[in-house]
Design a binder for this molecule. Sequence first.
Ligand SMILES: Nc1ncnc2c1ncn2[C@@H]1O[C@H](COP(=O)(O)OP(=O)(O)OP(=O)(O)O)[C@@H](O)[C@H]1O
Length: 233
Amino acid sequence: MSTEIVRLEAVEKIYQTGENYITALDTTDLVFESNKLTLIMGPSGSGKTTLLSIVGCIIYPTKGKVFYKDKEVTKLSEDELADLRLHEVGFVFQQFNLIEPLNALENVAQPLILRNIPKKEAKERAEGALKAVGLEDRMGNLPKKLSGGQKQRVAIARALVGNPSMILCDEPTASLDAKSAGIIMQELKELAEEGKAVIIVTHDLRLRKYADRVIYVEEGKVSNTIKNEEDYK
Ligand SMILES: Nc1ncnc2c1ncn2[C@@H]1O[C@H](COP(=O)(O)OP(=O)(O)OP(=O)(O)O)[C@@H](O)[C@H]1O
C-alpha cells in the first residue's frame, strides 16, 4: 500500500541573478508516495534539479507550500530542515561522492556516525545495508578498488543506512555502462517495492521501463506527457 510522503502545493521557484529573474519551476502541485519509483525527466535546464532539491528539503520554494508526511517543511527553520534531511532523505549522485580514504563499510557508516550513533551499531547497520545491495564481499575495499557500478551500490547503501522514507537520485546511472545501469535501476526498484519513495532525475529515456511513474519537466512546467523526445538527448 502506498502512503503520501511529500506534497507540493502551488510551489514555484524563482532564482534572481542580478536584475534577472529565472522561473526555474512554475506553479506545481505534486504528491510523491511510498512504494513508488518516480522518474523526473526533461531537457537540460528545464528545472529537474530544482524540483528534486525542493522535494529533498535542500532549498525552499519562492512560493507555495511543501509538506513532508503532513509536517509543513516551508515553516521549518534551516536547522530543522537539515535535521529532517539527515533522518528522512537518502541522496545518490552521478559521481558517487564516496570518501576515498575510507573503505566501503566506513563510507556507509558515515551518516550514522554524523548522527552520533555508537560506532559498533553504525558498523552493524552499515554491514546490513551493504548486504542488501549484494556487496558483503567488498566491505573492506577502498573506493578505488571498486568498479563504477559497485561504487554506486555503496552510495545506495549509504543512502539507505539511516532508513529514510525517500531516496533521491540525481543521474545515478549517467557514469555507468548499460549493464551496471540496469543493476542499479533494479536495486532502486527493489527499494521502492520494499516501501521507499524513490525519485530519480535522469536524461535517459530507456530508464522508463523501471518506473511506476514518469514526470516530464519542460521550461519549469511539470506534466505527465512528453512533447519532443529529441530534446531529451
Ligand atoms: N542557484 C541558481 N541561481 C540562478 N539560476 C539557477 C540556479 N540554479 C538553477 N538555475 C537556473 O534555473 C533553471 C533550471 O535549472 P535546473 O538545474 O533545475 O535544471 P535541470 O533540468 O536540472 O538541468 P540539467 O539537466 O542541465 O542539470 C536553469 O535555467 C538554471 O540556469
